[in-house]
Design a protein around this ligand. Structure first.
Ligand code: GCW
Length: 834
């Protein structure tokens, strides 16, 4: 017993790097272990090492050893006496009544001496084993006996990994799948990823970017795909790949890639056959066509369904499917001066007429909203038009527009606005998750479901951030059951990831549940979209980029008014793409939910909301509120010190502190921008008014020059200081005129890549703190080489005793492109967020 206690105690201090995600199998405290009643043997009813049932046996053994410290034998024959039996319905001949199981479903029975884990298929058995281990790891020893089945057959993830090893919208290092235009030879991380995916019941993965490189079809790469599929098969995760539509021409050397050309069809058929030689259970293809510069059938005046069906016919004999993306729009010909132009219309415009044209193994994969993974969007109306065609929803775990894993944003509450939405197709209940994606509403069961864009990389944390992993975990849970409660999911994830401490669970749950509303508050409100740099990395604020761009992501903000008029009566007609009841709701400004007001209507800034506030005042207030919430995150987190390992504590503390600073960057930029555009004052006079700040341009500067920035609003006071050259030390100092007291001192600066400037903050010559502009290392990816909303960063030194007349000084040394750019110093009394 003492040994167990010892292990349990060191569990808290041993560093953890996140590699095991939520599958840590951390030892439970020994008084808890004592309560667990676990049979002494594991019987895995399949002795073939590549089978998921075999894997389940090994995983049970490993998990129970970790969680309970018990070494169990694994056998493959049914034995006398109590055991944990895991197998498929076919192989199991135990005592249980035969449960009602659908594909991938399982039965778990922990009542009685023998634990029964019975899958409808091998994959289901493995899911059941993970479920049992999840209960044990959470010290949940209740006796259960139930069957569970997936809400949908397709539960995939899509990686956007490029063949050169980079990842489109990847924020956690290079690809675990590709390097130098080839598949990797070491599959260790791939197996570990497949294990995580299996544990959340994800059954398929497309590993290469939808902006696909045809080189994936080379002989060597096909052989490499075979190895990758082999690595994932024991986990029941099937491989799929993205295809480039022009491959027959650009890779195959044919004259054309016309989907109706016989030579093109023959080329795809033989290429597909060859692929299936290497990967006999290839799940299928994912295709992005005629979108954002990608080639497609429209080049030859063929329809999107002509294109999809060509692939469908090629995979059909092998049992494969084609996931054909609905994210199709003409990104070059959208013109904001045309009041009726609207990218949101594109998907329905393209696909509505094709509903009866797709082969029966084509699934149209639809992003949750009509634009592109924004902080809030209405449900894509396309789900209502695909009645004869199977559909899948595309969610995004990669937080492309949602803080890129540098901000904590727990996504299920956002996803649920879509999954729970009732589209009222033909006046009947048509809830996206339970009716449409389940395949029930339009009789497509077996061919509908979920895909999530996931940007796992080589970083040991998988996503760059420990807390971001809750989104991946929750994705799997919701794809299995879209009615699963987002808080309950989070609590399970927290226990599995950080242990059973109540404070840890409550804190992480509270922060996570506050995070998406906060992010929406400090980015874009009332359905205006995220207000990020739409022509850049989609990370920091840049509201002016949201107009006059050819991508069609517009706000139509001018001096008096804002919002897209998407009504039928006066606007782009988008509202009319919904079934009648929903269309009527959005057509009328009175019945449009306010969180989508500016998505559907163009109104003056002075338009009064139900709260009595004007739109512009709501903008101001929401931004201040959002930054206030983010400011609580590092403080809430700090209370968890000692309740988890130091490594994950510190890495997370860094990100939450960074987020709190960047939330203020967002707040100030957006408030300043709309204040400038509208000329309407904030009722509370906060915008541009910062009594506790000392602007860099107002400090005594040595070796610094004062400049503006682009966009202008990302600088407090619209000016910053930069060193006069790229090599000489510089300083900025100020004599403080604040009453004596203890303050938090924040320094706002810009952290670019291609440079690591150093900074030291001194009070009367004594060091308060020092840091380096190395976000590119700490955040794990390179954001920008510009002084802008992506590089704007803020460090805070809490609890600094200051007397009137003290001299605060920032000494800096530029490096590379980084001219130690300084925006301001804030000397903040307790409780002030500014
Ligand atoms: O939102 C855009 C992303 C692109 C992405 C595209 C898509 C893979 O910015 O990076 O390309 O969506 O979903 O195809």
């Amino acid at each position: 017993m003492r040994g167990l206690w010892f292990l349990a105690t060191i569990g808290l201090v041993v560093a953890e790097d996140g590699l095991n995600g939520w599958l840590r199998y951390a030892r439970l405290p020994c008084d808890v272990v004592k309560q667990a009643k676990v049979p002494a043997t594991i019987v895995a009813l399949n002795a073939t090492e590549s089978s998921p049932v075999y894997t389940a046996g090994q995983e049970l053994q490993k998990g129970i050893r970790g969680i309970l410290g018990k070494a169990l034998d694994v056998t493959h024959e049914t034995s006398e006496g109590p055991s944990i039996v895991v197998g498929t319905l076919d192989t199991f001949n135990g005592s249980s009544a035969t449960p009602e199981l659908e594909e991938d479903g399982f039965w778990l029975n922990t009542k009685g001496d023998t634990v029964e884990i019975i899958g409808q298929n091998e994959r289901g058995a493995l899911y059941g084993a993970f479920e049992y281990l999840s209960m044990l790891a959470q010290a949940n020893f209740t006796e259960v006996a139930y069957a569970t089945n997936p809400s949908a057959a397709i539960r995939w993830v899509n990686q956007w990994d490029n063949m050169d090893g980079t990842i489109e919208r990847g924020y956690a290092g290079l690809s675990i799948f590709f390097k130098n235009n080839a598949t990797v030879s070491n599959t260790t991380r791939i197996e570990q990823y497949a294990r995580l995916l299996a544990s959340i019941r994800v059954n398929g993965i497309v590993i290469n970017n939808v902006n696909a490189n045809p080189i994936i079809l080379s002989d060597e790469n096909m052989a490499g795909l075979g190895k990758i599929a082999d690595a994932m098969r024991p986990w029941g995760v099937k491989l799929g790949i993205s295809l480039n539509f022009a491959s027959p021409q650009t890779f195959g050397g044919l004259a054309s890639f016309d989907p109706l050309d016989e030579t093109v069809i023959a080329w795809w058929n033989s290429t597909t056959d060859k692929l299936y030689e290497h990967v006999p259970d290839l799940a299928g293809f994912l295709v992005k066509a005629n979108s954002e510069g990608q080639p497609g059938p429209i080049t030859y005046n063929r329809t999107l369904s002509d294109g999809a069906n060509m692939f469908a016919k090629a995979v059909k004999p092998h049992g494969g499917i084609v996931m054909f993306r609905a994210f199709v729009y003409d990104y070059q010909n959208l013109n904001e001066s045309n009041w009726k132009d609207d990218r949101a219309n594109a998907a329905v415009d393209f696909f509505r007429e094709l509903d009866d044209k797709f082969d029966d193994n084509v699934v149209v994969q639809v992003k949750y909203g009509p634009i592109d993974f924004q902080v809030r969007e209405p449900t894509s109306p396309l789900f209502a038009h695909l009645k004869q065609t199977a559909s899948a929803i595309e969610l995004q775990v990669a937080q492309e527009y949602l803080g890129q894993q540098c901000h904590l944003v727990y996504l299920p509450p956002l996803w649920k606005t879509v999954l729970n939405f009732d589209l009222r197709v033909d006046g009947e209940k048509s809830v996206v998750g339970t009716d449409i994606l389940s395949g029930k509403r339009f009789d497509k069961k077996g061919l509908t479901g979920y895909a999530a864009v996931v940007n796992v990389g080589q970083n040991t944390t998988w996503l760059g951030s420990h807390l971001a992993m809750s989104n991946l975990y929750a994705y799997g849970r919701l794809a299995w059951d879209p009615t699963d409660d987002e808080v309950a999911i989070l609590e399970d994830w927290t226990r599995l990831t950080f242990g059973l401490d109540d404070t840890v669970r409550e804190t992480i749950t509270r922060m996570s549940m506050e995070s998406w509303p906060a992010y929406e508050n400090y980015t874009g409100n009332l359905g205006i979209q995220t207000l990020t740099d739409i022509t850049g990395p989609h990370y920091g604020p840049n509201p002016q980029s949201m107009d006059n761009n050819p991508w069609g992501q517009w706000t139509r903000a001018d001096a008096d008014s804002i919002g897209m008029d998407r009504t039928v009566s006066n606007g782009t007609g988008y509202a009319g793409q919904y079934p009648a009841e929903v269309a009527a709701l959005y057509e009328d400004i009175e019945t449009t939910p306010e969180e989508l007001l500016l998505w559907f209507h163009h109104v003056p800034y002075t338009h009064v909301l139900k709260s009595g506030k004007t739109v512009i005042q709501h903008f101001y207030d929401a931004h201040y509120a959002g930054a206030e919430t983010a400011a609580t995150f590092p403080r809430q987190w700090a209370k968890l010190q000692g309740l988890m390992d130091q490594q994950r504590f510190e890495e997370t503390a860094f990100r939450l502190t960074y987020q709190a600073g960047h939330a203020i960057v967002w707040r100030d930029s957006i408030a300043q921008f709309y204040h400038n555009v509208s000329g309407i004052a904030d009722a509370q006079d906060r915008v541009g008014n910062h009594p506790w700040r000392i602007e860099a341009e107002a400090m005594d500067l040595d070796g610094y020059k004062v400049t503006g920035v682009t966009p202008f609003e990302v600088a407090s006071g619209l000016r910053i200081a930069q060193t006069v050259d790229n090599s000489s030390a510089a300083s900025a100092s100020a004599t403080l005129r604040f009453p004596a007291g203890t303050y938090d001192v924040a320094v706002a600066y810009y952290d670019l890549y291609e440079g690591k400037a150093s900074y030291e903050l001194l009070l009367n010559g004594a060091r308060v703190g020092a840091w380096v502009g190395d976000n590119e290392d700490k955040l794990g990816f390179t954001l920008t080489r510009g002084i802008d909303g992506h590089s704007a960063t803020r460090v805070t030194f809490p609890g600094v005793a200051i007397a009137e007349g003290d001299v605060l000084r920032v000494e800096t040394k530029p490096d590379g492109r980084e001219t130690a750019p300084l925006d301001y110093v804030a000397v903040l009394p307790p409780g002030v967020v500014d």
